[in-house]
Design a protein around this ligand. Structure first.
Ligand code: C5P
Length: 224
């Protein structure tokens, strides 16, 4: 059975490491996230390398620019095997609308990034002059008004997302199996995040830095 609940974030600039991970991971058990580290080093080749191994692609490039620039950047990916791509919700209504039209024209879903999971309350207050709850709620409302297909949010905001935007996909990074001490601040376990309503979990280093990435992936499914 194909299970795409877990999206493995392959954040490496090296093609050799990418290939090792793609050879080890089972495409029936995960999607692959191509983000700025992989994309900025290997470019568009990375889509073929990943798709040729049978994986679906989450292109987490987080577009954030004026509407025209974002729309044409997205349209330039016509013909590439992208299933989901991301834009920052804080880009505003016009940008989100143009991004949605462009993403659908290239047959990708469009996902709005709300607040980075590496930000804590203090960071959010400094950037947005408000608390996490209020900022997240506003961003969720905007994503809904702009008819996004889904959002990226921390597991801690899922309870508000579940009521405000029940029909949007919820993609959740900041997943940790134990309390690892890295740059992620608002973390949660995979099982808890799914219980709270996540549709997909984005998991990077806990899988990619383990000795046996696919075995780790299977272990995570067993905990669910
Ligand atoms: O290695 P780790 O599990 O922290 O990877 C999480 C992935 O999710 C990273 O690739 C990061 O860029 C991405 N991400 C995130 N927080 C967001 C959006 C995306 O951590 N709000």
């Amino acid at each position: 059975m194909i299970n795409n609940k877990i999206i493995v974030a392959i954040d490496t600039p090296e093609e050799e490491r990418l290939s090792e991970l793609l050879n080890d991971l089972n495409p029936d058990l995960c999607m692959i996230k191509i983000g700025s580290i992989l994309f900025n080093s290997l470019g568009r080749r990375s889509f073929d390398l990943v798709a040729n191994k049978g994986f679906n692609i989450f292109f987490d490039i987080k577009f954030h620019d004026i509407p025209n620039t974002v729309a044409h950047s997205i349209l330039s990916f016509k013909g590439y095997p992208i299933n989901l791509l991301t834009v920052h919700i804080s880009g505003g209504m016009s940008m989100l609308t143009r991004a949605r039209e462009a993403a659908h024209a290239i047959k990708s879903k469009v996902i709005g990034v709300s607040l980075l999971t590496s930000l804590d309350q203090k960071d959010v207050e400094k950037v947005f002059f408000n608390d996490i709850r209020k900022v997240a709620d506003n961003l969720f409302d905007l994503a809904k008004e702009a008819n996004m297909d889904g959002i990226v949010c921390s597991a801690h905001e899922l309870k508000y997302a579940r009521t405000n935007i029940p029909n949007l996909l919820k993609i959740v990074p900041g997943i940790r199996l134990s309390s690892d001490n890295d740059d992620q601040k608002r973390v949660m376990s995979p099982g808890e995040a799914l219980k709270l309503g996540a549709n997909h979990l984005v998991i990077g280093r806990p899988i990619t830095e383990s000795k046996h990435p696919n075995a780790e992936l299977e272990k995570i499914y067993e905990t669910l």
